[in-house]
Write a protein that binds this ligand. Structure first.
Ligand SMILES: C[S@@+](CC[C@H](N)C(=O)[O-])C[C@H]1O[C@@H](n2cnc3c(N)ncnc32)[C@H](O)[C@@H]1O
Length: 266
């Protein structure tokens, strides 16, 4: 079976695989850290970089914050649009493609804040391209505008390396359907790259139908010292570096997921 393009087939099962996340809590937390809580939400506009299937964008919209969800994957954006038909014109909009062309189309418009949840930066091939993306995001922030970015902590990947895993997912409201994800990671410590090979199996016991596909996700992980350097190169000031969800806490080598709160200087 041919390996699917990154995230294209994955988009259809993404919400099932991550159904247990507290997306609304994450969006609320971000609004707080971006300094937008208690402000006139309706006049604030947030960019969700690498928005995936748009769950956070939907949560921002429900909180009354204007949001534009951007993702390079058309399949992800198609899922996002299908979920937010009523909201899309009012509070929530989506776009796909390259970040450079998206920014060019903005016609000088800027965002009050930005988020990038769940390791989007690590999906970018090289550190040089990460800096280019961060520079573009910087250019689209209002002076003083903040951005919250989640990343993999390379130090943690080295001490607690990813292992093969099998996970079962029940499809809500469809007791006869089951999905299984088999993850096989390959770690390249020299290139600081982890290739996650996913095999997704779907079984419908009622019809006996069984489908499967494969998807490969390459993640480039950096250490905190390296991330700091990237932000500096992109002209973004670090406000806080912390283990995910625990602001003002020093990052330790076992903290797999870390967040950066950065700021465009005034
Ligand atoms: C792990 S998913 C995270 C999705 C979403 N932010 C969430 O929290 O569920 C990573 C997403 O980043 C997108 N992505 C990767 N590289 C990107 C890039 N250079 N520009 C825009 N989106 C990108 C992928 O298409 C994918 O939807």
């Amino acid at each position: 079976m041919p390996l699917a393009d990154y995230h294209e087939q994955f988009a259809a099962v993404y919400d099932l695989l991550y159904a247990r996340r507290d997306v609304t809590g994450e969006a609320r937390f971000a609004v707080e850290l971006l300094g937008l809580a208690g402000t006139m939400h309706g006049s604030r506009h947030v960019l969700d970089f690498g928005c995936g299937t748009g769950s956070h964008a939907l949560a921002f919209g429900e909180m009354g914050v204007n949001v534009t969800g951007f993702d390079r994957s058309e399949a992800m954006i198609a899922q996002a649009r299908a979920k937010t038909p009523a909201l899309e014109s009012a509070k929530v909009s989506f776009a796909s493609g390259s970040l450079a062309s998206f920014c060019a189309q903005l016609d000088g418009r800027r965002f009050d804040g930005a988020v990038s949840f769940f390791n989007v930066l690590n999906c970018i091939e090289t550190p040089g391209e990460m800096v280019e993306h961060l520079r573009l995001l910087h250019s689209r922030l209002m002076p003083g505008g903040r951005m919250l970015i989640d990343v993999w902590n390379g130090a943690a990947v080295f001490v607690d390396e990813p292992r093969p895993a099998v996970k079962h997912f029940a499809v809500q409201g469809q007791p006869d359907c089951e999905t299984v994800r088999i993850t096989t990671p390959t770690l390249d410590r020299i290139q600081q790259c982890c290739t996650l090979h996913y095999r997704i199996l779907n079984l419908d016991r009622r019809t006996g139908n069984f489908t499967e596909f494969e998807s490969v996700h390459k993640l480039r992980f950096l250490t905190p010292v390296q991330y700091r350097h990237l932000f500096e190169l992109a002209g973004l000031e670090i406000v806080d570096e912390f283990p995910k969800t625990r602001p003002k806490t020093p990052v330790a080598e076992h903290d797999w997921y870390i967040s950066y709160l950065v700021r465009r200087s005034a």
